[in-house]
Unconditional design. Structure first.
Ligand SMILES: [Fe+2]
Ligand SMILES: [Fe+2]
Length: 351
């Protein structure tokens, strides 16, 4: 039977978990204060004390030692935005709320078992160094952004270059196929958009400097989502009005995070802040339009929408390239018509 560690302060919690997971996992209880003695198990459920900063710092260090595809599911209170954000920042691969529902918990743990199995190896094992590097880089920048740490331009740049090489070697459809298996909705989205943007740049014949810029911008564009609660980010269905209003703050959050970082070009800030603006002024956050939106931003907006449509979500099957492209066409004056026309060849559909 698989071993699972429960890290927390209450033996009562551990007992409940043992009952919930009978026959599936062998649950070991580890007291929060004792964390650090052994490296993390492949399967770990953590109920930290979110008010105890020193123990959280220790926990964060320890979580970094987890096995490559290890699962770290955090227990939080559903209503606590802070706890959910903290769990994410500490390295949670999934979050469950109190009272713990066994089906939900198993879903968060199983989710990755397919990835752990021999039949579907991780990005690195598939020979997709670009995807593996980009994923590691995303984890670092999202963690830094949610903790208010400094972002490192160089790490993102080298991951961006790896994505460019990967797409040049294997093509866009292989890339899409690969990143669709990612369990995190946000990472999957960023990796998809990065690949689409790079392929778009390649098709338009932009120079290598701009192609690199597009790869970095793809990874950074939704950086602000690091400050949006996971319950909204990973909601298995459409968002309601209030949730949408929170979600729409991500371009500004992302720009704030980038402003504090060194080594990023001003174009990056523009893309992060304006990737949801439309040419007809109907976008957000500022409602700018027309000439106020530079080409690189226009390209990223097209790549972003297309990438989002192609995502694999738990509540809907992925859309076909043709259907996704038709949606771009139907957006009319919101998008740059010439770019959308050129984009048809990237997606290999009829314009
Ligand atoms: Fe976005
Ligand atoms: Fe996006």
């Amino acid at each position: 039977m698989n071993r699972l560690s429960f890290i927390g302060n209450s033996t009562l919690d551990a007992e409940r978990l043992r009952r919930l997971l009978t026959g599936v996992f062998d649950v070991q209880f580890v007291e929060l204060a004792r964390v650090g003695g052994e490296r993390p198990d492949r399967f770990t459920v953590i109920a930290p004390d979110y008010d105890d900063a020193p123990s959280l710092i220790k926990l964060r260090q320890w979580i970094k030692l987890r096995p490559k595809d290890g699962r770290m599911v955090f227990v939080t209170r559903a209503e606590s935005r802070v706890e959910n954000a903290q769990a994410h920042a500490l390295g949670a691969t999934g979050v469950v709320h109190r009272p713990i529902d066994s089906a939900e918990l198993l879903e968060k743990l199983w989710d990755d078992i397919a990835v752990l199995g021999d039949t579907t190896p991780g990005f690195g094992a598939l020979g997709h160094q670009g995807a593996a590097a980009a994923q590691d880089s995303l984890r670092d920048i999202f963690s830094a952004a949610s903790l208010g740490d400094a972002l490192k331009a160089t790490a993102i740049e080298s991951a961006g270059a790896a994505v460019v090489n990967d797409i040049e070697a294997n093509g866009l459809s292989t890339w899409i196929e690969t990143v669709r298996s990612h369990h995190s909705q946000t990472y999957q989205h960023c990796l998809l958009v990065t690949g689409v943007a790079v392929a778009f740049g390649q098709h338009l014949g932009v120079g290598s400097a701009d192609r690199k810029r597009l790869s970095i911008a793809g990874m950074l564009h939704d950086l602000g989502k690091a400050r949006i609660p996971i319950s909204i980010l990973e909601k298995p269905g459409p968002l309601d009005q209030d949730e949408l209003a929170i979600m729409r703050k991500h371009p500004e959050y992302g720009a704030e995070a980038l402003k504090t970082a060194e080594g990023f070009q001003p174009e990056m800030l523009e893309i992060v802040l304006h990737h949801h603006e439309y040419l007809d002024g109907s976008g957000y956050p500022h409602g700018i339009g027309g000439n106020e939106i530079p080409d690189l931003v226009r390209m990223m907006t097209v790549a972003d929408i297309y990438g989002a449509l192609l995502e694999r979500r738990s509540y809907k099957p992925p859309m076909s390239p043709q259907k996704a492209y038709d949606i771009l066409l139907s957006m009319g004056p919101k998008l740059d018509a010439a770019l959308v026309r050129a984009f048809a060849s990237v997606t290999k559909v009829a314009a």
